[in-house]
Design a protein around this ligand. Sequence first.
Ligand code: PHE
Length: 452
Amino acid sequence: MNGNTSSKVNETVSWVGKWTFVLAAAGSAVGLGNIWGFPYKAGTEGGGAFVLIYLICILVVGLPIMMAEIMIGRRARKSPVNAMKTAALDSGQTSKWQAVGWGGLISGILILSFYSVIAGICLNYILIAAFPTPDVSSLEQFNIVTSSPSRLMLWHSIFIALNIMIISAGVIGGIERMVRLLMPMLFILMMVMVINAMINGDFVRGLNFLFAPDFSEVDATTFLRAMGQAFFSLSLGMGSIMCYGSYMPQDENIFKTSLTVAGLDTLIAILAGLAIFPIIFAYGLEPGAGPGLVFVSLLSAFVDMPFGNIVGPAFFALLSIAALSSAISLLEPSVAYFEEEKIVSRFSAALTLGLFAWVIGIGSVLSFNDWSDVSIIGDLNFLDSMDYLANQFLMPIGGMMVAIFAGWFLKPDLALDEFSDIHFTIFKIWRFFIKFISPVLVTAVFVYQLVS
Ligand code: PHE
């Protein structure tokens, strides 16, 4: 696709390669959420119990909602706003359901705003890992990077610019090539890092931390954080997967692809945990250190490992690319909408929305330095507030609305049309989950959070 395509294209063109959808959706799902977010949140939330709740959320809330999003997107072959509208109208419901799509567009921009700042740090770390400064500890190095607004701004701007360029060129052509080669490479490097953690880290302690649940640490926020992380990591509740679903060929099986994407995403998150925590313990670092965790622990590991000055930059380069393929899917739902409605060209939409995210991102840049004492929501700084708003509020609510819609308002026959190649028992299980389990669980987590 390129700048002058019309809405027709979305209705007729789809990703043809057998693996394209899986790759693109995995490209959206696998990103900073897995390698930066998951370990640092598992670290601050006490480890095993968080991981267990996270895994349950992926399976019982994430997977059914992912299937619902793909189904709604694919049957309409339109951007999320119009896909929700079409599905509602075809089921004899009000077109107001499109609000779910609109909510997603807003979440996408908000997430991109801080996502890009962290991704910018990754970009900078490609150089830092290639040319480490002698006698500067990895913790000091992280502080040097984050204390400089101009440095963070530079990389944040580069990352947003890359996004705008790729999105304007069109997702369909660009992303497949990017993801097909690089995702397996990222996977291999993650394995290398896990092996390194086995050799140089305190692997048993890392395993224990990740997999032995200590429920004394669990409270209402643990549930909300784990659930939010599941939505974030699977790119659910804000239209990305629905949008990609609209490009999915008709002959692909929605259940199998969702399972593959969720499985890959979870695998990468767990590998990241296994690569990081043994190092944290062996080097006497703090598991609850927060957003700097990955940068600090991995940089220490690269400095000590053989060929670290080659593996290190390669790792941060792949992580940046994984972040880019996720960031593209944050912007794509809104760009697709503007293009579909012929409001502006693809390029203008990408530029305007990208700039919007860039401006909001300045708040996140400053939250590391000049504004580190400024609280926005509760005692959270700007970046944490955006993260909180998206992960623990907008995305779960968006996902819950999709579940309620698909379970209670969408005509079952319409869903069945898209799921015709899925075993009927699986369809029935899906319907049960999307009708009862997913909405009830999300609501329960919110209520528990409010009353506790
Ligand atoms: N899932 C991506 C990650 O884990 C982030 C993302 C969230 C992408 C929502 C798209 C939509 O990094």
